[in-house]
Design a protein around this ligand. Structure first.
Ligand code: ADP
Ligand code: ADP
Ligand code: ZN
Ligand code: ZN
Length: 842
């Protein structure tokens, strides 16, 4: 056991003193925290840990920092919600390494987030091997995001868009009138284009394949945009006659080829659904000139260790480290011919090397520099930032982290703890919100928040060294830390059938054969990067969707960035060879489960808001004013506040800083216009109803069975403390996941659904995990199948079946190391999961 670094904050002046914190659910919290120590905030989901660590401590530090920046910034900050707290003494500047909830842009990659790419560009510019006669290039020329570096063919994207006849016209036996050109817009617009073609003299009533090639090419690909008279109801002869007689046309219409329509819509549409629709007619392929490396030819001709910068960026970090080692360890004096260049190479290479090593230490050696951030899990992204901070040589700051163990195999947790210790040794304080018992045990100081969630939480029930928590009887954390309250061993269930996959190819999986038992609960384990998500969340999900003919639904708005990512992925290889008779439906429940926009909330997502709006529309006053149910949506023009367009807040753009939101001055966050708010149902207006918690709403709507059913499902998953109108953006990943589960629980169970979950315990306290497990067990008991990726050994040991992937990460993984009942897998001699599983099974 390491030395206790923390001094008692009560007897030294070296402490942070929080007084009267009231952010979100916090109940006037007073707490003293040690500096230069690892402080872990614990408590069940929704208890108020993040509100204290991020909402209060970090927010206040950020506010003070901004305050000191400039009067201009201050003016803007005044409009921003200050954390509601009386005072905080002794607070150092804070750096938050929070798990990103939105999708970062496609242009950010492992290399850019860690700034390693900058170093590499410098290395190639100053120490690269240039072909004879080529001028030295500036570092910018090695970045695809600059005009100096970008490949001119693809503008530095690495991919090009193409439309082909096959894509635009999937069934060439149909005629234009029968909408053979599938890519054309639906409804009137499509009809309009067909009429224009009639005027232009094309026969729209013969099968597509009978048209001459020249005609087909013109219709699909021309860049001409003729404007011609259109006669709505005429056939080709009648049009011809009408033009001759100079008859007055119905209107004038302009032709746009299918190709230009598709490319234009893709580039300009705001609607994710249009984007999705249009993208199916485009083929996205690797740029023929740079082969996806995004750089112009001159830049790619410069080599280091025999590789161009694109090739180096494709290697895993572990491989990059090997390539750099030679240059970093070389003694420049041994290079007589070009000593100066050698010195530069040595310096830059060893700087990059130490950055790369900080990443491999945190178990991220399997990532490549070019890997884009949207394809990383939030936990991976946070560890990337953490590794970057270790190298930043800052001291005297407090780092605030959000569940850094997320996505980390128990075997890798030790490295994480060492990284945190390193930050503290360098003179910093580290505050983490965490559920993992091994991280909690490592803490110098624990702040346990609770006792329960939402309005039933928000108090600090313990603040002190770990051991002292044992005495705190109302702490859920104490029960799991010191007694194993989590054990709920079920009798293992027998599979009703087997789902068999063969030849699975995805990322690091190469021709894998795998069998999942149906009608039981399976956990897929393995170290980070071993291929669990590739197998379960990607390959399995895609193959099943394909087999069911079920389309992946667009849950969250799809930006161009996401779409490029999706389309560029190599599709899953493999096939299902047995078991589909017992799978009729697939449901994936991830933590991004519900649309992350402020326009979506608990009430809209679960569908209960439809019933509520109907109730409001049925009141006598609403009827008298002819307000229909639509009026009571904050997404309709008639009902919502015109100033904030129903958002309740407005965005304030800050120069050089992330934008911030400030409450709408007109509706004060109520989202509706005054007239709408004049309608009340049992004494409450619609905004007041949205402000009710699920628990309070259960009383309020006590004689509305349809609403009660939805509320009851939410209560069952422990979300009674959430407000109905709480925007999806304010929900934690764990809360979002449970809302999705609750909507599933409301459904009638037919016992043929496959539920796929990726790390469902992220953000969940062991007590919440127990609740989640009982829900999942309920689904399985109803005959359904649950397959999940999980690091939590409590979950794995309580499953019916475990499949361990590995043995290592990346190329060293991708195999099935062990499979069987938890007890069987725990006995494996080769599985890195086995020792941890064994400990949990005992
Ligand atoms: P924890 O981190 O312990 O899971 P949080 O601090 O995130 O809990 O949440 C505590 C309570 O505050 C919960 O009821 C949560 O729904 C609520 N809450 C969280 N974020 C916001 C927000 N931005 N606005 C209002 N309420 C919030
Ligand atoms: P796990 O879920 O076990 O942590 P993953 O399935 O995410 O592992 O990753 C397995 C391997 O596939 C790793 O080498 C990872 O870098 C790679 N990989 C995963 N997703 C992608 C992706 N979208 N693009 C490229 N490589 C990926
Ligand atoms: Zn290119
Ligand atoms: Zn408003």
């Amino acid at each position: 056991k390491k030395n206790l670094r923390a001094a008692d904050p009560c007897v030294t002046d070296h402490s942070i003193q929080v007084r009267g914190a009231r952010v979100h659910n916090l109940k006037n919290v007073d707490v003293d925290l040690p500096r230069d120590a690892l402080v872990v905030f614990t408590g069940i989901s929704g208890s108020g840990k993040s509100s204290l660590a991020f909402g209060t401590l970090f927010a206040e530090s950020q506010r003070r920092y901004l305050d000191s920046v400039s009067p201009y910034a201050r003016r803007l900050i005044d409009q921003v919600d200050e954390p509601d707290v009386d005072s905080i003494e002794g607070l150092p500047p804070a750096v938050a390494l929070q798990q990103q909830r939105g999708t970062p842009s496609v242009r950010s990659s492992v290399g850019s987030v860690t700034t390693i790419s900058n170093g590499l560009r410098m290395l190639y510019s100053r120490a690269g091997e240039y072909p004879a006669g080529q001028e030295i290039l500036y570092a910018d020329a090695f970045s695809p995001n600059t005009p100096e570096g970008a490949c001119p063919t693809c503008s530095g994207i690495g991919r090009v868009f193409e439309v082909t006849e096959k894509l635009l016209v999937p069934d060439d036996s149909k005629t234009i009138s029968e909408r053979t050109i599938a890519a054309w817009p639906p409804a009137f617009q499509g009809k309009n284009l067909a009429r224009i073609l009639t005027t232009l003299g094309y026969d729209i009533d013969i099968p597509w394949h009978k048209l001459p090639k020249e005609t087909r090419d013109w219709i699909l690909f021309t860049d001409e945009t003729p404007t011609v008279p259109v006669y709505s109801e005429y056939n080709i002869e009648q049009v011809r006659a009408a033009i001759e007689k100079e008859e007055k046309p119905s209107y004038m219409g302009t032709y746009v080829s299918a190709k230009n329509f598709i490319l234009h819509s893709f580039a300009t549409t705001q609607s994710p659904l249009t984007k999705k629709r249009v993208s199916q007619f485009m083929q996205i392929s690797v740029c023929p000139d740079c082969h996806g490396k995004k750089l112009k030819k001159e830049s790619l001709s410069v080599k280091f260790a025999g590789l161009d910068i694109g090739e180096l960026s494709q290697l895993t970090l572990t491989e990059v480290a090997l390539k750099l080692q030679d240059a970093a360890n070389k003694n420049p004096d041994h290079d007589k011919s070009n000593r100066e260049k050698s010195i530069v190479a040595q310096r830059i290479a060893s700087d990059i090397l130490s950055r790369v090593e900080a990443l491999t230490m945190l178990g991220l050696g399997y990532l490549s520099l070019e890997r884009t951030t949207p394809t990383l899990s939030p936990g991976e992204l946070q560890r990337l930032r953490l590794a970057t901070q270790i190298r930043s040589q800052l001291f005297g700051v407090v780092y605030v982290l959000d569940e850094p163990s997320a996505g980390l195999h128990p075997a890798d947790t030790q490295a994480l703890l060492s990284a945190l210790d390193e930050l503290i040794t360098a003179g910093n304080s580290v505050f983490v919100v965490e559920h993992d018992v091994s991280v909690i045990r490592h803490a110098d100081w624990i702040v346990d928040v609770g006792p329960d969630a939402g309005t039933h939480g928000g108090k600090v029930i313990y603040s002190g060294p770990v051991a002292g928590l044992r005495e705190v009887t109302d702490s859920h954390t104490a029960q799991y830390l010191f007694n194993s309250a989590a054990k709920v061993k079920q009798n293992a269930r027998e599979p009703k059938a087997w789902l068999k996959l063969a030849g699975v190819e995805r990322n690091n999986l190469q021709g894998l054969a795998v069998e999942f038992p149906l009608g039981v609960m399976t956990t897929v384990t393995g170290v980070s990067g071993s291929g669990k998500s590739s197998l379960v969340s990607q390959a399995l999900v895609e193959l099943i969707y394909e087999a069911l003919g079920q389309k992946l639904t667009v849950d969250a708005p799809t930006g161009e960035a996401d779409l490029l990512e999706q389309e560029s992925e190599i599709p899953t290889g493999g096939r299902i060879i047995a078991g589909m008779d017992d799978v009729k439906r697939l449901v994936t429940v991830d933590q991004k489960a519900i649309g992350r926009t402020p326009r979506s909330n608990l009430a809209t997502y679960t569908g209960l808001f439809d019933h509520v709006r109907k109730l409001f529309a049925s009141t006598p006053e609403a009827k008298a004013r002819r307000y229909n149910a639509g009026r009571f949506s904050f997404n309709t023009v008639k009902g919502r506040c015109p100033n904030c367009e129903g958002l309740g807040f407005v965005m304030v753009e800050l120069l050089f800083l992330p934008s911030v939101y400030s409450p709408c001055q007109v509706c004060h966050g109520q989202r509706y216009n005054e007239q709408t708010l004049e309608i009340t149902y049992r004494g409450k207006n619609i905004a007041e109803v949205l402000a009710l918690t699920v628990e309070a709403a259960y009383e309020f709507f006590s004689d509305e069975p349809a609403i009660l059913r939805a509320l009851n499902a939410l209560l069952q998953v422990g979300l009674g403390y959430l407000r109905l109108g709480q925007p999806a953006t304010e929900l934690s990943g764990g809360e979002a996941q449970r809302i999705k589960l609750a909507t599933e629980l409301q459904r009638i169970q037919r016992g043929d659904t496959l539920y796929v979950l990726d790390e469902p315990t992220t953000g969940l306290h062991p007590k919440d995990v127990k609740m989640l497990m009982s829900q999942l067990n309920g689904l399985v008991d109803a005959g359904n199948t649950v397959i999940m990726v999980e690091h939590d050994m409590q979950v794995a040991s309580n499953s019916d079946w475990v499949i361990d992937i590995g043995p290592g990460a990346g190329d060293e993984g991708g195999q099935i190391v062990a499979q069987g009942s938890p007890a069987e897998v725990a006995k494996s001699k080769v599985s890195r999961t086995a020792p941890f599983l064994l400990a949990a099974c005992e």
